[in-house]
Design a binder for this molecule. Structure first.
Ligand code: GLP
Length: 268
């Protein structure tokens, strides 16, 4: 795992975007980038940096595929707070990814079985697109990835999950009262997320410090779903100073941040 710490919000966004673009090159095949997309405030700066790369001719998402991490159950895809609408306005319209190439889990159905079947099909759709090359992630204050709440199976697939009370409270600000917040969601599983070529997780602010310490340095445990990053061969965690305060190995991360560029190849 690479842990990169920026000293400002704009630096965090730039570092994250560089690592997304490099990940698409490293894990891409052909001209169709396949991105995994997270909602939330954490990756917004990253999306703006990707848009800047498009303007500078360094990236092009006009033929890309985007797969959302998760979606609420029980609200229409056209609802303003659905993750589909959120991603259309915060990602598609920003980086130039056509709406018809954005895939989101199906959160509305006549029966539970219908939603379950659509969730299984979602994993198949990801595989049919050749797999996600770079998955962008945030992390919940309780350590959740996507909506894999604490207790989620470490090899889970896309499926229905109950939202944790803490998550519903955190997200109530987007709805008209707690009782309007969906109780359930469909989320990519932790096993699904681990299949992406590269993971780029962005976290900022003191409210994420505990979750980041548990995810990056804590034991691998379903109690902190973010700890599955430790299983991934190409995971990049981009933090600001506040989110990094709980890390014990900070000096090492700073030493290693330059990657292989300052390696001494011949010492005698
Ligand atoms: C939601 C999303 C997560 C996201 C989290 C953190 O719960 N399902 O994918 O990581 O919020 O959001 P924020 O970045 O706004 O703190």
């Amino acid at each position: 795992m690479r842990v990169l710490i920026g000293n400002s919000a704009s630096q965090v966004a730039k570092i994250a975007a560089e690592n997304v673009l490099a990940g698409l090159t490293a894990h891409g095949s052909g001209n169709t980038p396949v991105l995994g997309l997270a909602t939330g405030s954490s990756p917004l700066g990253l999306y703006r940096e990707l848009a800047q790369a498009v303007r500078e001719g360094k990236a092009d998402f006009s033929a890309a595929r985007g797969f959302a991490l998760d979606e609420y159950i029980g609200i229409r895809a056209t609802h303003q707070q659905s993750y589909r609408q959120t991603l259309i306005s915060e990602v598609c319209n920003v980086i130039g990814l056509p709406e018809h190439f954005l895939f989101t889990p199906q959160g509305l159905g006549e029966t539970i079985e219908e939603i379950e079947a659509a969730a299984a099909n979602y994993d198949q759709a990801i595989a049919a697109a050749g797999g996600i090359q770079v998955q962008i992630l945030g992390i919940g204050a309780n350590g959740h990835l996507g909506f894999n709440e604490p207790g989620s199976a470490l090899r889970s697939r896309t499926r229905i999950k109950r939202l944790a009370a803490k998550t519903r409270q955190d997200n109530a600000r987007f709805f008209e009262g707690l009782e309007r917040v969906p109780t359930h969601c469909v989320t990519q599983g932790l096993g699904t997320i681990l299949e992406a070529g590269r993971l780029v997780l962005v976290a900022t602010g003191a409210g994420k410090a505990e979750a980041i310490a548990a995810a990056v340095e804590g034991p691998l445990s379903a109690s902190c779903p973010g700890s599955v990053l430790q299983l991934h061969p190409d995971a990049v965690v981009v933090l600001d100073e506040a989110a990094a305060t709980g890390l014990k190995l900070r000096d090492y991360y700073d030493d290693a941040a330059a990657g292989l560029s300052n390696m001494q190849l011949h010492l005698d």
